[in-house]
Design a protein. Sequence first.
Length: 323
Amino acid sequence: MRTHLRSVWPGAAATESIEFLSPVMVLRLHESQERTRVEVLACTRLREVGAVFARVAECEFPSTATADDVVPVALKSAGNLREHVAVENHVFRNLVPGVEIENKITLRGDVSIWRLTSEMASQVGSASFPGFIPDVGNEVQRWEVFQHTFEVLNPAAERGYIAFQEQPSGAFMLKHKIFAEDTLRRVETFRHNLAVPGRDFAAFLDLEYPHLTFRALRTFSRTRFDVNLESSATGHFFGIEIDEVRTAGDEHVLRQAEIAYHRSRIHDGLDVATVEPELERLTNLVDSYLARNGVDRERTFYSKLSFLRDIESPSGATSPTRC
């Protein structure tokens, strides 16, 4: 861009100000014999590794329109959705708050989750993941938690689990999931920075959730690496979350690649109906990538709760008792 400006802007080569220009917008033209449709893409993120543009408007012009006709109109419409483009913490929105939407692929054998993460992250934006770009500036994340899990047995309408995740501060995050069976969508809510006196989780649950019946399951550690990426067609953000769970003491191990919906970029044309189809497309791409790389795997909705249940009672039987 700087090279082009120097060729068309008299005196640009003699000033240093050209080095400090910031991109404003990109105009994408779709030309036909009678009309030209123009997508106005405003700059919404600027990082050292690159810039991201989001569609904020569309305009139509006669096919005979010139750049002098198009640019003033486009500049005016570039201010549409400004608060969702220019303000970092207003750029995204979860279109299905309180609901987890996630596919899973269980990984067989002694697979290196870091190797898979590194290799997959390097392929985002390539032909291996067509139509997806990295979450610019937040391409990969690392997580590690210890989790204490309590299955909710009754009432039936609230079956699932409540888990306590240890935080470095000494407080806990409480994760509450409601689902009758392993499936694509599960209700999920959080409570943050909880103090649990004496780490007596059962007493905390009896006090805070007296209407629920629980049973304690095994504590586990979870190491997870996230490959964060965005669908360039829909603006939906997803995570390829590759994790390894190990139970305390007896070291039962579960490794999975979870493909999860995170949030969506606010833009002209945002549509919640495209979340699940794009999630499924990404899941198929991940599955194909694993197949090409010889990873033994199984497409499933198999949850951490089912994993812990199977350790306790492989037959699947449970007996409702208070903690």
